[in-house]
Design a protein around this ligand. Structure first.
Ligand code: TXA
Ligand code: MG
Length: 349
């Protein structure tokens, strides 16, 4: 398959380019596109064949359901059988934006899109390119993150090209995304809403709108027996080719420990990489040292995480050490992704 790559302006996307992409979707094809969180791999969410194509292009197990993206609230009625009051309140507060809600599905949604479940994940993104593509592409775009299954989610079009060239009909290049981590997923099929995946919208932000919200036990406990409720959260994800160890503790202790461990590995002839911040990169001794962002602005850390993990795959390093980023608001989301990338390999000093 030949993949057409089209650059589009984020704020004022060229209507004819989006129209062309929309036609591809309506005809059952696949288009990768930017959202404010990460790039998505889109197909018509109400077309079972399109969803099957998405799983094939990503190399994703078909029991792992897709998120349907909509562009206005009226579109919700067709794909869900019931909208709980709390879900309505959350939509009012956070849509369009980085919030995905799990609701009971209607018959219009094929089981191919929901991985066989009776619930459906729905999100209204805020990115102007995504919104206009949804409108011109039939109104219901099923889109997982536009990476090959297991790799870090793409935060720019070049990442999508690495993974999906030849596997999708078109890639819309809208530049770098703003948030860099996938949306917060909240399940409304239970009495007390449950966060299945942490993201930009934190538990506190949700609770300020609808009262008590739980965190899925599968997220908090690393016990193999407690399975996360979002099927996708059980898979090993984001892992760079080199081994990754997270070191947690006071800044001073973390730097000291990483440098000690690096020296030991280097003495064995190994190449070492370090993920630090603008505040600390000068203090490390290793072959490849990268800053993820600044602790003065946690959003920079979230935005650069996936890109940095991809960059390390290009480097000849045998092992990577990373600082821990348990920052005030997005810390839960950042650490959820980083711990997965590290296969939960964390040392506390
Ligand atoms: O920010 C995002 O959400 C991005 C952009 C493209 O919108 N999309 C994204 O999709 O991250 P994906 O497929 O990579 O992750 C969707 C997650 C998976 O973990 C999946 O198992 C879960 O949502 N999910 C989808 N439908 C579900 C359902 N009905 N019940 C429980 N979990 C569900
Ligand atoms: Mg994904």
């Amino acid at each position: 398959m030949k993949t057409i790559i089209l650059a589009v302006d984020r704020e004022h996307p060229d209507e004819s380019a989006i129209r062309q992409a929309g036609e591809i979707l309506k005809n059952g094809g696949l288009v990768a596109f930017p959202t404010e969180t990460v790039y998505g791999l889109g197909g018509d969410g109400l077309n079972a064949k399109s969803s099957e194509k998405i799983y094939a292009a990503k190399g994703r197990p078909s029991d792992n359901p897709l998120i349907i993206h909509i562009a206005d609230l009226e579109s919700l009625d067709r794909i869900v059988s019931h909208i709980p009051e709390k879900a309505r309140m959350m939509a009012g507060e956070f849509w369009p934006g980085p919030l995905t809600m799990i609701l009971k599905k209607s018959d219009a949604v094929p089981y191919e899109t929901t991985g066989g479940l009776d619930s459906v994940a729905v999100r209204m993104p805020s990115h102007p390119v995504a919104l206009s593509l949804i409108r011109l592409g039939g109104g219901y775009i099923a889109a997982p993150s536009a990476n090959t299954s297991g790799r870090p989610s793409p935060t720019k079009a070049a990442h999508v090209e690495e993974d999906l060239t030849g596997r999708v009909d078109m890639i819309l290049d809208g530049g770098e995304v703003g948030i860099g981590l996938e949306s917060t997923i909240v399940d409304f099929t239970e009495e007390i809403p449950v966060i299945l995946r942490p993201g930009y919208i934190s538990q506190e932000m949700a609770e300020a709108v609808i009262g008590p919200v739980r965190m899925d036990r599968g997220l908090l406990i690393t016990d193999e027996k407690v399975k996360p409720k979002a099927p996708g959260m059980k898979y090993r994800h984001y892992a760079p080719k080199a081994g990754l160890t997270i070191v947690e503790g006071s800044t001073e202790q973390v730097i000291k420990t990483i440098n000690e461990r690096s020296r030991i590995l280097q003495a064995q002839g190994k190449q070492v990489g370090v993920i630090g911040t603008d505040e600390t990169v000068g203090a490390y001794e290793a072959q490849v040292i990268k800053s993820i962002g600044t602790r003065q602005d946690e959003e920079t850390i979230a935005r650069h995480l996936f890109g940095l993990l991809r960059e390390f795959d290009e480097e000849q390093v045998d092992h990577i050490f990373s600082e821990s980023f348990d920052t005030p608001r997005m810390g839960q989301a950042i650490m959820n992704r980083l711990l997965k990338a590290a296969g939960h390999h964390l040392i506390h000093v």
